[in-house]
Design a protein around this ligand. Structure first.
Ligand code: ARG
Length: 467
């Protein structure tokens, strides 16, 4: 039996009927729909719409539906169900008879879908946060393992200064920690329960909204029935947060790819996550990284679809809202499947520390440190910059590094150069010079590793508390 056919005299056009159904995708919401329905059933008991016996029968029926769905995916192959709400009603009636129809008393699918989607996003945030924590952990632990290994840091894609490999990896960790933070913010804002909002004006029965919210683990209830049934901000916030996460992953993937090219060869691609070429026998291609890079486009597309779907929608529920589901699921599932893979990649990728070290030793990565030497001896910064620039020019002409210039050559440029100048030029000295919180001096990086571990632990604890 349809949920709404009484006033109709004709059946739907069969193509339209098939086309407008959402069960093909909203079946993902089944567990949330069942949980929300149990909470509603209990509220119906309190409002004396269901007897105690009827409540028990309904709850048992809902449990049976959950069990059957878990047992066999075949159970969900229902060609008549319009959506997940209709599916549950049909199955419940099949199991317990007409009492099943009582479950819909005083409620509307408009509040149900709003509730199910909030529960879905909340659960997905918890799952994703755990994965982001794992990925961050892989970055930090690889940083820890790399000890005092160094590499060039680049600005404008040109060698700039030496940094610890750990410092480089922690930069990515910070981005992903912010992504986890955005997900946590979104979770906090969405965690209010729409149940009891009815179709638009509120439930038609005296349902205890706070009890339903509590049962479902919400922090409270939504304030406006009109807003609650038409709001999808939480889905937008979530997918926008995911598009930033995907964007950060694409930057990470891109850099790993560049560093794995033969020209850099800082990174050896793990065979476990690479493929060959059907034509060129020598090839090992970074497929995982390439597909990771492309997910940013896909998730940003999902975010855009959501934004444009919502734009200009009048209050309150409109069927357009059904179209917010697929981009939401697509973005969530794209990230859910990707994150464990990038963590796996990160855990086993090999770095060529020797190549990185060599690259950090050439190309005047100590030039700013050299200028700082002069600044500490009282030379005004701009003039020190100019002098070291001239020294670099001399080196370029005679094909050497700053260390290769004689003290006479240097003193011809400025009497501020002394024999101890050479001490400030080694990679170790340059690293030690950057001795500020957040800088690449080894003691600072050790500290940063400790702090990153704490931030990761904090995410894990929160996920654990929500489980
Ligand atoms: N499948 C619908 C959706 O996703 C459920 C709500 C239907 N409400 C209605 N008034 N037709 O939006």
């Amino acid at each position: 039996m349809k949920m709404w056919a009484g006033r109709f005299t004709q059946p739907l056009d069969p193509d339209f009927e098939r086309w407008q159904r959402s069960f093909g995708f909203d079946r993902r919401l089944l567990t949330h729909e069942l949980a929300a329905s149990s909470a509603h059933a209990k509220a119906l008991r309190n409002a004396d719409v269901l007897t105690s016996e009827e409540l028990i029968t309904v709850l048992k029926g809902l449990e049976q539906i959950a069990a059957r769905a878990a047992e066999s995916p075949q159970f969900l192959e229902d060609s008549e169900a319009e959506d997940v709400h209709h599916f549950v009603e049909k199955e419940l009636v099949a199991l317990i008879g007409d009492t099943g129809y009582k479950l819909h008393s005083g409620r509307s699918r408009n509040e149900q879908i709003a509730t199910d989607l909030r529960l879905y996003v909340r659960a997905t945030i918890d799952e994703l946060s755990a994965y982001v924590a794992d990925f961050c952990s892989a970055l930090v632990e690889r940083g820890q393992d790399s000890g005092n290994a160094v590499m060039p840091a680049y600005t404008h894609m040109q060698r700039a200064e030496p940094v610890l490999v750990a410092h480089w990896l922690l930069a990515y960790c910070e981005m992903f920690l912010r992504d986890a933070g955005r997900l946590a913010d979104c979770r906090q804002r969405l965690n209010l329960c729409p149940l009891g909002s009815g179709a638009v004006a509120g439930a038609t029965l005296p349902l205890d909204r706070r009890a339903m919210a509590k049962e479902l683990g919400f922090d409270g209830i939504t304030a406006s029935s009109i807003d609650a049934t038409s709001d999808r901000d939480f889905a937008l916030e979530f997918v926008n947060a995911l598009s930033l996460l995907a964007l950060h992953l694409s930057r990470w993937a891109e850099e790993m790819m560049i560093f794995s090219s033969q020209e850099f060869a800082f990174v050896h691609l793990p065979e476990d996550y690479s493929t060959g070429s059907s034509a060129m026998p020598q090839k090992k291609n970074p497929d995982l990284l390439e597909l990771t890079r492309s997910k940013a486009a896909r998730v940003a597309g999902d975010a855009t679809t959501l934004l444009i779907t919502m734009k200009g929608l009048p209050l309150a529920y409109n069927k357009d809202l059904q179209e917010t589901q697929e981009p939401l699921f697509d973005a969530a599932e794209s990230m859910l499947s990707l994150l464990p893979l990038v963590a796996g990649w990160m855990k086993i990728v090999e770095f060529d520390y020797q190549r990185m070290q060599q690259a950090a030793e050439t190309g005047f990565l100590n030039a700013w440190a050299a200028a700082t030497y002069l600044v500490k001896r009282g030379v005004p910064s701009r003039l020190a910059h100019e002098l070291v620039g001239k020294a670099v020019r001399l080196c370029l002409d005679s094909n050497c590094e700053l260390q290769g210039l004689s003290i006479q050559q240097l003193r011809e440029l400025s009497p501020a150069f002394d024999q101890d100048f050479y001490n400030c030029l080694s990679v170790e000295s340059v690293l030690a010079l950057h001795d500020v919180p957040g800088g690449t001096a080894p003691t600072r990086v050790r500290q940063a590793i400790t702090e990153a571990r704490q931030k990761i632990e904090f995410i894990r604890e929160k996920v654990h508390a929500h489980a």
